[in-house]
Design a protein around this ligand. Structure first.
Ligand code: UD1
Ligand code: UDP
Length: 350
């Protein structure tokens, strides 16, 4: 059996790994490497337990730091492990610093690299995730795209070989765990009968005081309570900008929750407001309306559902009282067994 290394580090990557590692494991001896980019129990280990992901073979325990420090340490650690393990294939997922570090470390060692969620593009070239995607796709050899939109993005950049429209790994995981979603989330007592679910963590939204204040003021226009499982980055900025006292009364902050709880919260919510790539897709797959608190979304295919609206940092809920589902065919083309397709495609190439 050939050996494949799978590199993860941040919350969405653990979720995407759950179905992927099982399918890849049918053809490859798997080595799972966790960079340590996310490290709080509820941002990392909880997902391994909840989704029965095998413990990482290597945990690099990268300390938090600036972009350069964090990425540099990851490349250094990954280089040693990849040199020692000498896998026939390296798989990276998504668009975090762990993804880019994995891509750079493996390509410098001349190891074949597969990118899952390849071809995802934003207009903003300085978006940290965009930098990670463009660099990763420029050195990857095998591209697995969530839909035809991303295939076309790669082709527009001149890539022609080894591009597979595999479907969305986020949907895969949702499909696998949907039957276990609890009626009510176990970690949130006294859940209001109606609420809006909010998550925010993008650097441009929360590291910028003006944008963060704008979003908070916008959330205040809601007539429903806002339930806000807060990402550690956002919590840190609320403290730093002294915005705790200015939190609107209708906002209830809670700690990040587990995967099944967040799906339960999405399913019960009246509306979702988020800047999360994963949550906007999960919401649409669960047929819930989503407002994107960003200037753009990469998930253009989902806009056809009629359930998604880009509202930026300044918005008023009174304008969104009637969001109706549009073209439901959006569900047909994204909803495919992505992990199985990825594993089978790769197995035929080696
Ligand atoms: C990262 C990804 C982003 C992804 C997000 C998923 C990059 C550039 N960004 O953003 O694409 O959408 O993960 O959640 O890779 N922190 C903790 N505990 C943790 C994790 C983070 O306290 O377990 C705090 C630290 O102060 C850290 C800050 O959050 O410095 C930011 O974490 P980092 O991993 O650098 O970026 P994210 O905002 O999480
Ligand atoms: N998620 C979770 N608990 C939370 C918030 C998010 O399990 O409190 C899950 C969510 O369901 C999705 C993933 O984390 O699958 C998205 O991660 P995040 O929003 O941090 O990053 P992004 O998808 O924007 O990269």
């Amino acid at each position: 059996m050939n050996k494949a290394a799978l590199i993860v580090g941040a919350r969405p990557q653990f979720i995407k790994t759950a179905p992927l590692i099982v399918e890849l494991g049918r053809f490859w001896q798997m080595v799972l490497i966790h960079t340590g980019q996310h490290y709080d129990f509820m941002m990392s280990e909880n997902f391994f337990r909840e989704l029965s992901i095998p413990s990482p073979d290597y945990h690099l325990n990268i300390a938090p730091g600036s972009q350069g420090k964090q990425t540099g340490r990851m490349i250094e650690g990954l280089e040693s492990v990849l040199k020692y393990e000498a896998p026939e294939l390296v798989v990276v997922v998504g668009d975090t610093n762990s993804t880019m570090a994995g891509a750079i470390a493996s390509s410098k060692l001349r190891l074949p690299l597969a990118h899952v969620e390849a071809g995802d593009r934003a207009r903003d070239k300085y978006l940290p995730e965009q930098i990670n995607r463009v660099i990763t796709d420029s050195i990857a050899e095998y591209f697995f795209c969530p839909s035809n939109t991303e295939v076309l993005n790669l082709k527009a950049e001149g890539k022609i070989e080894n591009i597979c429209d595999s479907g969305d790994v986020i949907y895969d995981c949702l499909r696998q765990f949907e039957k276990y979603i609890p009626e009510a989330p176990s970690a949130i007592p006294h859940l209001p009968p109606e609420y809006i679910l909010t998550t925010l963590h993008r650097a441009d939204a929360v590291d910028n005081r003006e944008n963060m204040e704008s979003i908070l003021q916008s959330l205040e226009t809601a007539h429903l309570p806002i339930l806000f499982p807060i990402h550690p980055r956002t919590l840190k900025r609320l403290h730093q900008f002294n915005l705790f006292d200015r939190l609107p009364d209708n906002i209830r902050l809670v700690n990040p929750v587990g995967y099944l709880d967040i799906l339960s919260l999405i399913r019960r919510a009246s509306l979702i407001v988020t800047d999360s790539g994963g949550i906007q897709r999960e919401a649409i797959y669960l047929k819930k309306p989503v407002l994107i608190a960003r200037p753009e979304t990469e998930w253009l295919g989902l806009e056809k559902s009629g359930l998604l609206k880009i509202v930026g940092y300044k918005f008023d809920f009174n304008e969104f009282s009637s969001m109706h589902a549009g073209d439901r065919s959006v569900f047909d083309y994204i909803i495919r067994p992505a992990s199985k397709t990825i594993a089978e495609t790769l197995s035929k190439l080696f």
